[in-house]
Design a binder for this molecule. Structure first.
Ligand code: SAM
Length: 282
């Protein structure tokens, strides 16, 4: 069988390799190396500094969970902030909720947005919603300058190291807390418990220390290292396990991953993760 070229993400002693047929875009921006490829079997692939950000094949899983899980944790969200998220996937999912009034995104790298708009329109269509306001800048600085403003803040960041580094520290989480309106909820990309247990422990220790309610949800995303990634979810004013709200039938038809049952399942952890989370609460 004819074989294309193979491209790997290699980090933390672990490799993920995908077959590609075309290099569609390459640019060294002010912040990172941006590459978009056509893969043989998995649609398009976005990499930043050699790290897989999404493929067309499984991006729905991550984006639906990052958007709808926090959305259904808040009883009446109106104003949401996304930090990072330059591919537009989280915005695309949030835009499915007519009750939202304002959708703000603070992405550090305008070149990521431009490249995704050109080569990944199925994901970047999230930017086209008229409720979206785009802010270009460092998300850690943006939250520091906004107090008591958002019902939900979603941190859809790259991994620590590179421009995402400030989005993993205590100061940032304190600023996130201060940027929430009463009743607010945060959700943040929080890595794989198999590969990066130290980061998972650190972030969960932070959210448990700073917020009254905190937990960690895991979603299955085959092209992320170890096939899964976690999300910290936290709030001062409400339990992060509300009675699982029904998803309206018309919206559910557009979703492939998120459902009330998938939501509950994302908090049902294998024993080693439960032990890690127990430590985070001590
Ligand atoms: N789902 C992906 C993952 O977990 O690998 C993340 C996707 S999204 C493309 C990540 C975005 O975060 C990138 O576009 C990057 O430019 C942005 N980013 C990194 N550091 C940032 C910062 N300090 N402020 C705002 N955006 C940042």
């Amino acid at each position: 069988m004819e074989s294309g070229k193979w491209i790997s993400e290699v980090a933390n002693g672990y490799g993920t390799t995908l077959e590609i047929t075309e290099h569609l875009f390459s640019k060294k921006s002010a912040f990172q190396q941006i590459d978009i490829y056509q893969t043989r079997k998995l649609g398009k692939l976005l990499m930043l500094d050699g790290i897989i950000q999404l493929t067309s094949f499984d991006e729905f899983a991550y984006h639906e969970m990052m958007a709808h899980l926090p959305f259904y944790t808040h009883p009446c969200p109106e104003k949401i902030l996304v930090i990072g998220g330059g591919d537009g996937g989280v915005l695309r999912e949030l835009a499915k909720h007519p009750e939202l009034k304002e959708l703000h995104i603070c992405e550090i790298d305008a070149d990521v947005i431009a490249a995704c708009r050109q080569f990944l329109p199925e994901t970047a269509c999230g930017f086209d919603d008229p409720r979206v306001a785009i802010h270009i800048g460092d998300g850690s600085k943006f939250v520091r300058e906004h107090k008591n403003e958002f019902d939900i803040i979603i941190v859809d960041s790259t991994d620590p190291g590179g421009p995402g580094e400030p989005l993993f520290g205590e100061e940032f989480y304190l600023d996130l807390k201060a940027a929430l309106r009463p009743g607010g909820v945060i959700a943040s990309q929080s890595e794989s418990p198999y590969l990066l247990p130290d980061i998972v422990l650190r972030l969960n220790t932070l959210t448990n220390k700073l917020f009254k309610f905190a937990d960690y949800a895991i979603m299955q995303v085959p092209t992320y290292p170890t096939g899964q990634i976690g999300m910290c979810i936290a709030s001062d004013a409400r339990d992060v396990h509300p009675q699982a709200s029904e998803v309206p039938e018309e919206l559910q038809k557009t979703l492939r991953y998120y459902s009330p049952l998938a939501r509950c399942g994302s908090f049902g952890h294998p024993h080693f993760v439960s032990e890690l989370l127990k430590k985070a609460k001590q």
